[in-house]
Design a protein around this ligand. Structure first.
Ligand code: NAP
Length: 299
C-alpha cells in the first residue's frame, strides 16, 4: 500500500512514519526544507495550500491513503494569523479532498476537541460542534469539507497531544518536564478538563483506521478525563520531579488570547469498541513516555 503522510515533520507525523506498516510505501511531505527523520522515506517540501502542486504530487505518487497530520496548531496564534491558519486547516483539506477524489485515494484526517465549546463535555462523536475560537472554527471547517465530499474519509479527533519527537515545538508534557528539571516554578490551571493523549497512541489509532478501512468520525485520545493541574502533578510524580514548584491557578488569571473549551473531553468508547484500540489512562501514557526517554541500559 502507498501512503502520503502530510505534516511528517510534526509530532504526530513522526510517530506515523515510525509506526507505519512494514511493507508501506511512503512519501512524506511538510513545509520545511528537509525531513527531520532524514533517510527513512522520501520527502518533498510542499505547501498543501497550493492546489496544483498537491494535485501533481497525487498524480505522480497515486497513494491508496493520504494520512493528513499537517495543520496550523497554534491556538492563540490562530486569532491573529488567520490566513495562515485557514490555509493549513481548511484550504489544504479542500486540496487533498479534491486530489483524493480525482485519484481514487482515501483520506484520514485529524481534528480536535476545540470544535466543541467546552460547556458540557466529555463529548461523543455525534454531539453538535460549536467552536469558540478561530483555531476551532478552522478545524471544524476542515471537517465540514470532508462531510460535504463523497470520498472515503475518516476523521480522528484528539486532544492535549504530547510525546517526544525531533525538532518539534514543546508540548505540555515536554515543556513541564524541562521547566521542572530547571527547578523553575510554574502556574497551571485547575479548571480545564479533558483527555491527555500520547502521540504514539494516536498514530496507532490512525493506522488501525487504515487497516480496518474505517470511515466516519472517531475520538482517539487517552481514556481518562483530568484537569491540567492534576495532570501536571502526575507528570512530576512519574518523572521524579518536584511538584512543590507547581502552583494551582484559574484560566482567567492567564489572560490567553484565545478562549479555551473548559469542560471538554472526548468520549473514546467508539474507538475502543469499533477499532479495538487500547488507549492509556493519564498515568499509563506518561509511563510509556518515560520508557521512551529512559537512557538505554548498559552492560
Ligand atoms: N497538539 C495538540 O495538542 C493537538 C490537539 C488536538 C488535535 N491536534 C491535531 O493533531 C494533528 C497533528 O498535530 P501536531 O501536534 O502533530 O502538529 P505539529 O507538530 O504542529 O505538526 C504539523 C505540521 O504540519 C505542517 N504544516 C502546517 N501548514 C502546512 C501546509 N500548509 N502545508 C504542509 N504542511 C504544513 C507544520 O509545519 P510548520 O511547523 O512549519 O507550520 C508542521 O510540521 C493536527 O491536525 C492538530 O490539529 C493537535
Amino acid at each position: 500500500m502507498r501512503y502520503l503522510i502530510t505534516g511528517s515533520n510534526g509530532l504526530l507525523g513522526q510517530k506515523l512514519t515510525a509506526s507505519a506498516p512494514a511493507d508501506a510505501e511512503i512519501v512524506q511531505i511538510d513545509l520545511q526544507e528537509g525531513s527531520v527523520t532524514a533517510g527513512a522515506f522520501p520527502y518533498r517540501r510542499i505547501d498543501l495550500g497550493e492546489r496544483a502542486v498537491v494535485m501533481a504530487l497525487m498524480k505522480e505518487f497515486q497513494p491508496d491513503w493520504v494520512v493528513n497530520a499537517a495543520a496550523y496548531t497554534h491556538v492563540d496564534g490562530a486569532e491573529k494569523e488567520r490566513e495562515r491558519c485557514w490555509r493549513a486547516n481548511v484550504t489544504a483539506v479542500e486540496n487533498l479532498t479534491r486530489a483524493c477524489r480525482r485519484h481514487h485515494a482515501k483520506l484520514v484526517h485529524v481534528s480536535t476537541d476545540y470544535i466543541f465549546d467546552g460547556q458540557n463535555g466529555p463529548y461523543s462523536e455525534e454531539e453538535r460542534p460549536n467552536p469558540i475560537g478561530y483555531y476551532g472554527k478552522s478545524k471544524l471547517a476542515g471537517e465540514n469539507v470532508l462531510r460535504a465530499s463523497d470520498i472515503h474519509f475518516a476523521v480522528a479527533r484528539t486532544m492535549v497531544l504530547y510525546g517526544q519527537a525531533q525538532s518539534v515545538r514543546p508540548n505540555f508534557v515536554t515543556w513541564l518536564i524541562d521547566t521542572l528539571q530547571k527547578r523553575q516554578t510554574v502556574r497551571i490551571v485547575d479548571d480545564q478538563f479533558g483527555n491527555t493523549t500520547l502521540a504514539d497512541e494516536l498514530a496507532e489509532g490512525l493506522w488501525r483506521i487504515v487497516a480496518a478501512n474505517a470511515s466516519g468520525f472517531y475520538h482517539v485520545a487517552g481514556r481518562e478525563i483530568i484537569d491540567r493541574y492534576h495532570f501536571a502533578r502526575l507528570i512530576a510524580e512519574v518523572f521524579g520531579l518536584d511538584a512543590a514548584l507547581i502552583t494551582r491557578i484559574k484560566t482567567a488569571e492567564l489572560g490567553q488570547t484565545a478562549p479555551r473549551p473548559m469542560n471538554s473531553g472526548l468520549r473514546v468508547d467508539k474507538a475502543l469498541r469499533v477499532l479495538g484500540l487500547s488507549l492509556s489512562d493519564a498515568r499509563g501514557g506518561l509511563l510509556r513516555l518515560q520508557q521512551q526517554l529512559a537512557p538505554p541500559m548498559t552492560a
